[in-house]
Design a protein around this ligand. Structure first.
Ligand SMILES: [Zn+2]
Ligand SMILES: [Zn+2]
Length: 261
């Protein structure tokens, strides 16, 4: 019934707990999950999950926060994208939140890496999983410059403004909501969730982080994604089933999982 469009089951908090995680998912009627890759070094572990379980798929990419890891070239990503059950390029994007004492000029490597992911997505036709934090103007600019709208994708774990949501929708992207939308103080994001049309919404956990209320602060797992769906249903004043059905069908439209065995 529900789909978790973004989780990190290979992270230390969750690795080794896969049987319990899957049992909890089944009990919560979470039928599918997209396992997200954040480094080339991690890819084989994430990919193994998608190979082992027929309701898991995975992405290929290097997260903008990861420094001191292998830098991907377009050809590396294209090769990984050709492997079975790989349905997306990412997560990629820009994150200026942890700039420290660095200037934006010094973050050129992040922008270069992002461009490489967009080129790989265009070369393979796979959609992009976009991570953007404190960097929305550059994220949108580079997406436009590189023709990211030709492949589309999702702005995951959305925490930006209504204007950024509008720009993402205009570029043909989906907007994915995480447990943050359930937080009491997330009133601006809740307005964004009311605004984004249901046929462009996805839901995710971003496990192991960002557990929704009433589990805030605990370790998150895909089984908690119905709490995100329930909050969207409340904000949009529709039945839970309507949100479940729409987000599941949007997931299939974007990632085409049923044809990628
Ligand atoms: Zn992210
Ligand atoms: Zn993530």
């Amino acid at each position: 019934m529900f789909v978790d469009s973004h989780c990190h089951l290979s992270f230390p908090e969750l690795a080794g707990r896969i049987d319990a995680i899957r049992a909890d998912m089944a009990a919560a009627r979470v039928d599918k999950a997209l396992c997200i890759c954040t480094t080339l070094e991690e890819f084989e572990t994430v990919h193994a999950l998608a190979r082992r379980f027929d309701n898991f798929w995975c992405s290929a990419g290097v997260h903008p926060d990861n420094e001191g890891v292998r830098e991907p070239g377009v050809e590396d990503l294209v090769a990984l994208a050709g492997r079975p059950r790989v349905v997306a390029i990412g997560e990629t994007g820009l994150d200026y939140y942890r700039l420290g004492d660095r200037s934006l000029d010094e973050m050129a490597w992040q922008r270069d890496r992002f461009r490489i992911h967009i080129r790989a997505a265009r070369a393979t036709g796979l959609p992009l999983v976009i991570h953007t934090r404190s960097a929305s103007a550059d994220t949108l600019r580079i997406l436009r410059e590189e023709g990211g709208d030709e492949v589309g994708g999702v702005f995951h774990c959305f925490t930006e403004t209504l204007d950024v949501a509008r720009a993402a929708l205009d570029l043909g992207f989906y907007v994915s909501f995480s447990g943050i939308v359930t937080f009491k103080n997330a009133t601006e994001l809740q307005d964004v969730a009311r605004f984004v049309p249901l046929d462009r919404c996805l839901i995710e956990t971003d496990s192991p982080y960002l557990a929704p209320v009433p589990f805030r602060g605990k370790t998150n797992t895909p089984a908690l994604v119905p709490y995100v769906a329930a909050k969207l249903a409340e904000l949009k004043d529709v039945a839970l089933e309507v949100v479940a059905e729409a987000t599941t069908s949007n997931f299939e439209s974007l990632f085409k999982t049923s044809s990628k065995t």
